[in-house]
Ligand binder design. Sequence first.
Ligand code: URP
Ligand code: ZN
Ligand code: ZN
Length: 475
Amino acid sequence: MPEFDLAIRGGTVITASDTVRADVGVRGGRIVAVAEGIADAARVIDASGLLVLPGGIDSHVHIAQDPGPGIVMADDFASATRAAAAGGNTCVMPFAVQPRGSSLRSAVDAYRAKAEGQCHVDVAIHMIISDPSEAVLGQELPALVADGYTSFKVFMTYDNLVLNDRQLLDVFHVARREGARVMVHAEGYDAIRYLSDRLERAGETKPYGHALSRPEVVEREAAHRAISHAELIDLPIVIVHVSGREATEQIAWAQARGLKIRAETCPQYLTLTAEHMKGLGLEDPMAGAKYVCSPPPRDVESQEAVWSGIRRGIFDVVSSDHSPFRYDDPQGKLNPRGKTSFRWIPNGIPGIETRLPVFFSEGVSKGRISLNQFAALTATNHARMYGLYPRKGSIAPGFDADLTLWDPNRRETIRQEILHHGSDYTPWEGFDVTGWPVMTIAGGQVIAEDGKVLSEPGRGRVLDRAVDPAERRQA
Ligand code: URP
Ligand code: ZN
Ligand code: ZN
């Protein structure tokens, strides 16, 4: 009987803190050794010339959500996690949304049931709280946190999700007491409505109107307000999908004051601009809808400000905010109302499969960040921030054998035809990258190799998490 189920030999092992030439030995789905000379294994994979990275963890993805009447999200759990696996990820974190007036518990139970038996990679579920009623704050939320749903997102905009300031404070209060992690979508609802109304009245209804209706000041104001509320309650929060210079400055200011503000950004804010919503000179006047997401991508100066924030350690995680809709589809970006005004174009872009190659290429290959920063920003910090560490997020004995073998020199051009997601387009069509995931290993099993997904739906588990007792504080 060989000592190991799997040995990965000859690669360069990258963690958030170290770069070492070592073999990795796997037994029972876990890493049991990182050392030289591991050979006695049932299967040996030659990783010479490759990087061995912690499997990507994408802690912000939207899968199989109900976006409202007549609109359908392009991915279910099977297709989204298939795409995740092909793109070098071994764990993703989607959201169970509480519809207004409904129970949070029943939303979570129904969402979990949708995921069970469908996933190629492991999944840990966040919640979205849209209706912080007495029952939700008093009973449901504390019980759900105790049951392993230890994080949730709140919104400062969107008609069906927005919380007012009092509701935000009440939710923050419960999160502090229960030790839950809170993610905040920081864009100001009333300012967006005011600007949208004016744009529509002026006939500015094309997709680019989306960018005009959500300028950086709208994000900056909301980020500052969320930070102030978090300071009042003494709660660490995560400002998600930070898009540009102004919100980055607010977060840097808060961190310099010693506040526990964490931050996430996404590849779209590092590589796309608002100009994409003009359709890039394409004949199709609606083509800009392919890039409509919130907050909108900004400009090159803002991209550089976010890169600078990444290098200075202001950002903890880079996620995809995968929120896929089909473009050429009346239930997607080109729904009948969406053609009348940008206001009705479903918000969000697909990115679960392209996050790692785009960020590696623009970050590591272009010399902006180190390999260790890449591992931290795409895996380790996600696991630490959302209660998956030390089970996931690094390469050391005891961790799940979730690994991505990465060819740092391979050049590829991103094209829809090579992707596995349910959407009919990618915002990165024609984007050249250097660095590519050549094999994804989850729980010691090869689940994707060279663009082919080898696992069956149901291999991935729905994970429960536990609150760190240190995070639970007297309210
Ligand atoms: O436009 C986006 N980002 N859609 C997904 C929902 C969200 O706010 O994250
Ligand atoms: Zn959001
Ligand atoms: Zn999102």
